[in-house]
Design a protein around this ligand. Structure first.
Ligand SMILES: [Zn+2]
Length: 151
């Protein structure tokens, strides 16, 4: 097996996917539901699968892990770093909220690939919200005009 694709290329792929979703929606008049599904999938790609750098704090204070990791929230294979993972369940519990965001910000500032993943995740989240509005609005339109067709 050849080595994995260059991380930058894979992150770029996510951004291209995002652009493709938007363009397809705009020009091909895709159903909003499809756009919603595609943007949610891309959102999770950025959060958990896009290649990034670990960025967890090393034992040596002030230094940070440069191992490969996956996604905005991911860390590398090292157990100690996995424990430092920005787990969503902390947020769900309402714990560590300020620390969680401070840590996330620190990692984004330290690693350009995490920054790209963060930008991609934000953009896709926004797109998902817009698509969701489209789904709701489209549903309302369909209800008020049941026989409407595009011809
Ligand atoms: Zn690490």
């Amino acid at each position: 097996m050849r080595g994995a694709s260059k991380p930058g290329v894979i992150v770029l792929r996510g951004l291209v996917a995002l652009g493709a979703i938007i363009l397809a929606w705009y020009f091909l008049d895709l159903p909003p539901l499809l756009v919603l599904a595609a943007s949610i999938a891309t959102f999770f790609y950025f959060l958990w699968w896009s290649p990034t750098t670990c960025g967890a704090e090393n034992r040596t204070e002030g230094t940070f892990c440069r191992n490969n990791a996956t996604g905005l929230l991911g860390t590398c294979h090292l157990r100690a770093h996995a424990d430092q993972k920005l787990k969503l369940r902390y947020l769900a519990r309402g714990q560590l909220t300020r620390r969680w965001f401070a840590e996330l910000r620190r990692r984004i500032l330290r690693d350009s690939r995490k920054a790209v993943a963060a930008a991609g995740a934000s953009a896709t989240a926004l797109l998902a919200i817009i698509a969701l509005v489209g789904v709701v609005a489209g549903g309302a339109v369909a209800l008020s005009r049941p026989t409407a067709g595009r011809g």
